[in-house]
Design a binder for this molecule. Structure first.
Ligand code: FES
Length: 112
């Protein structure tokens, strides 16, 4: 599939996020303090939208039961979630944020 532009780099302030649907997959673009991340939108615990949570440093918090996920690795940092979300390859080019929904970051678990 290759990289697809999903937002301009000035669209989001730090700690903001935007839901994106690509090829039937619900993803979240997040601007953290150290850059942009794209992760699965739904929490692995109970299929609840992480877009309703908040960003803290390089982590996203699920607002339903309070699990945190590392945005770079997708790994849960706190229970009750015990399964990682996917974090995808992102690049910044021409003032836009591009992602390849077929490529997870190297340290991220792949569930595809
Ligand atoms: S649904 Fe996300 S922690 Fe329970």
């Amino acid at each position: 599939m290759g990289f697809i532009a999903i937002a301009t780099t000035d669209e989001l302030a730090v700690d903001e996020m935007k839901a994106v649907e690509l090829d039937g997959h619900r993803l979240l673009l997040v601007r953290a303090k150290d850059g942009f991340y794209v992760v699965d939108e739904m929490c692995t615990h109970e299929d609840y939208s992480l877009a309703l949570g908040c960003i803290e440093g390089r982590r996203i918090k699920c607002s339903l039961h309070g699990s945190y996920f590392d945005l770079a690795t997708g790994e849960p940092d706190e229970e009750p979630a015990d399964e990682a979300i996917c974090s995808y390859q992102v690049k910044i080019e021409d003032g836009q944020v591009w992602i390849d929904p077929t490529q997870t970051r190297s340290e991220s678990h792949s569930r595809r």
